[in-house]
Design a protein around this ligand. Structure first.
Ligand SMILES: Cc1cc2nc3c(=O)[nH]c(=O)nc-3n(C[C@H](O)[C@H](O)[C@H](O)COP(=O)(O)OP(=O)(O)OC[C@H]3O[C@@H](n4cnc5c(N)ncnc54)[C@H](O)[C@@H]3O)c2cc1C
Length: 339
């Protein structure tokens, strides 16, 4: 276990924001984490935050408390007939995990290639892309209760998964640290083309979608993401800054009457609008204010060109939200976690 005081978080958030925390604790096992909870009990009024790779966080000020980070790196497989259950430590880099499962001939994560972050957060965020989400394969989530130090296993149906949603983000936010995630992966590959544009992209790159391999799907997804999204090594960001808003059918039809090219998808709860389209049409794409800006190739991504503060990004985000509301009457809500 490593404990550092007055720790600079600049390399622990992909926005590249300089912010300090009072105490930074990195632990290697679930038992070590249980010990850490005893330390936390000595300062019960101090805030505590568990982070992963910091790719969905915005620090708007210093964090006056303890930040926890897992480096649990276990990887175990259990044969379940048609499927293999993979039990993974929370500290695994997500994209390395996707690569390793494909190498082992285990399938189900390939559409989620090249998403930044760690395995632990995949179970909190229910990461999603190209028609797949983590919840499609998650069967159980092992945790430690940060209050009592007790271990608790959540079955998938207790995690309340939905679009970028889980119980760990809502009613149990901040209570449990994820230590291991169990993914059920298939032994036979069947591509998931529920997001039709992926099959088109594969065909456009000269591959036959009917006979594509998981490795090829991974290559295409990675190439498309590289072209569309900023690499956090070069330009700070947290990926999509806002969630796509879901509106009523009436609201959608009124908007569509004024904007026939409005991008939207039907869902069980209403019509999902493209937040990127709304921000683009409101005129923000490519906008820059100091070092805070809106990525020129993707209006949904706010970026730090160098020395923006978390407050600069938060102010820009609030201005965009207010403008989209004024122009379209639609509320867009950040996907990124503010601290
Ligand atoms: C360029 C870019 C592209 C992106 N593309 C996508 C995408 O396509 N789809 C998508 O879904 N997301 C995307 N994201 C967002 C991000 O990658 C995901 O949300 C990811 O799961 C965050 O992982 P992390 O380890 O960095 O978590 P962090 O950002 O560190 O934390 C995210 C949340 O999870 C909690 N948390 C993290 N680890 C643990 C743990 N072990 N136990 C308990 N709580 C924990 C934190 O408290 C926080 O609330 C993108 C981000 C970037 C920068």
């Amino acid at each position: 276990m490593h404990i550092s005081d007055h720790f600079n978080l600049i390399h622990h958030n992909t926005f590249g924001i300089e912010a300090h925390c009072r105490r930074f604790v990195e632990y290697e096992t679930a038992d070590e984490l249980a010990e850490v909870t005893r330390l936390l009990a000595d300062t019960p009024h101090e805030p505590c935050l568990h982070i992963g790779g910091g790719s969905n966080l915005l620090f708007t000020k210093d964090f006056d408390g303890t930040i926890l980070h897992s480096t649990i790196a276990t990887f175990e497989t259990i044969d379940k007939g048609n499927e293999t259950l993979v039990r993974v430590g929370a500290g695994w880099n997500w994209d390395k995990l996707v690569a390793k499962t494909i190498e082992l001939g285990l399938y189900g994560l390939e559409n989620l290639s090249y998403i930044p972050g760690e395995a632990g957060a995949s179970a909190v965020q229910n990461i999603g892309a190209y028609g797949s989400e983590a919840a499609d394969t998650i069967r159980a989530v092992e945790t430690v209760d940060l209050k009592s130090g007790e271990k608790r296993v959540f079955k998938a149906d207790e995690c309340e998964y939905g679009y970028r949603h889980s119980v760990f983000k809502t009613s149990l936010r901040g209570r449990y640290a994820v230590t291991h995630v169990h993914y059920a992966l298939k032994k036979t590959f069947k591509p998931n083309f529920s997001y039709a544009a992926l099959a088109r992209e594969i065909a456009a790159r000269g591959k036959d979608p009917e006979h594509v391999t998981a490795g090829e799907v991974r290559e295409v997804v990675t190439a498309v993401r590289r072209a569309k999204l900023p690499d956090p090594q070069d330009v700070g960001s947290a990926g999509s800054f806002f969630m796509n808003p879901v509106v009523s059918q009436d609201c959608y039809e009124q908007l569509r009457a004024q904007h026939p090219d409005l991008t939207a998808y039907p869902t069980a709860d209403g019509v999902k609008l493209s937040a990127g389209w709304l921000i683009d049409r409101a005129g923000w794409k490519g906008y820059r204010r100091g070092d805070a800006g809106v990525y020129p190739h993707q209006a949904l991504v706010l970026v730090n060109y160098g020395r923006a503060t978390g407050q600069d990004i938060a102010t820009l985000a609030a201005d965009i939200q207010a403008d989209v509301k004024a122009k379209f009457g639609v509320d867009i809500v950040p996907e990124v976690n503010f601290f």
